[in-house]
Write a protein that binds this ligand. Structure first.
Ligand SMILES: *Cc1c(COP(=O)(O)O)cnc(C)c1O
Length: 259
């Protein structure tokens, strides 16, 4: 179950530094999806968890719309995007596909209106100003929105999210924004080959989630964590939503596209 998908030698984007081949056809997407899903399931079983408790959110950022149509034809029904403009364009041009759009990147208050209009889910809430702006737009539109609070679990200065100490008071302040349905917490782990360090980030998230469940402030306590390079570790530490881009769609061209 853990073996890698067979990758034809002629595929362009697979290199030593990027093991992920570009998926273009429906068959490519079916194969990559099945391989990722099998790895998630194996990691869950190894951790004594029910694989059905782990949702796979494919991350489609930077991938052109024609390829997203192939991905949808292969059975992908939800997509994660980290930039509002790109997500908005895709949601509009691919409206016929009925995709569930998850915004997973940092948001500025002046984009709240757009997000309130098209997104089904927002996984990067990290300020009360954004919460307030989103709530106001959502109330006006008569909509609700699932939200995850983003936590900087690694301490890396380049990452968005709340400091761990700030999570409890932040969660306690959210109920006033009644259009926001708090679902749980989200993080990006430390960017390192050191798996012990990565696991620490995920374990910290689980502890913050458990504290939130005790306080009754974190909704149903979902944990969005794990990406192409570390989702098995995240599942081992209790992830309920892995956000996987490159292992499904193929390597992204440049580090400029990183979160
Ligand atoms: C890009 C991105 C991912 C997916 O990363 P991959 O390496 O493509 O799996 C997950 N979460 C966030 C917030 C991202 O921006």
């Amino acid at each position: 179950m853990t073996e890698q998908p067979a990758v034809p030698q002629s595929r362009p984007a697979a290199t030593a530094s990027s093991p992920w081949s570009t998926a273009t056809t429906v068959a490519d997407f079916r194969r990559n999806l099945a391989a990722v899903r099998a790895r998630i399931d194996a990691a869950a079983v190894a951790a004594g968890r029910d694989p059905e408790q782990v949702r796979l959110l494919p991350v489609s950022k930077t991938v052109p719309e024609e390829r997203l149509r192939a991905a949808a034809a292969a059975g992908i029904t939800q997509m994660g995007e980290n930039k509002v403009q790109e997500a908005k364009r895709k949601a509009s041009n691919l409206a016929d596909l009925g995709i569930h759009w998850a915004l997973i990147g940092h948001l500025q208050t002046n984009k709240a209106k757009d997000v309130a209009a098209f997104a089904h889910e927002f996984q990067a809430l990290d300020s009360l100003r954004v919460a307030e702006a989103l709530d106001r737009r959502l109330q006006a539109a008569g909509r609700g929105l699932d939200v995850y609070v983003q936590v900087n679990s690694s301490g890396e200065a380049s990452k968005f999210g709340l400091e761990p100490e700030a999570v409890a008071p932040f969660l306690a302040a959210l109920p006033v924004y009644s259009a926001l349905r708090v679902r749980g917490l989200m993080t990006l782990a430390a960017h390192t080959e050191d798996t012990a360090r990565v696991r620490e980030c995920f374990a910290l998230m689980r502890a913050l989630r458990d504290a939130g469940l005790q306080a009754g402030t974190v909704g149903d306590g979902q944990l969005s964590m794990g990406m192409s390079g570390d989702f098995e570790l995240a599942v081992a530490e209790g992830s309920t939503c892995v956000r996987v881009g490159q292992a499904i769609f193929g390597a992204r061209p440049a580090p400029a596209a990183r979160a």
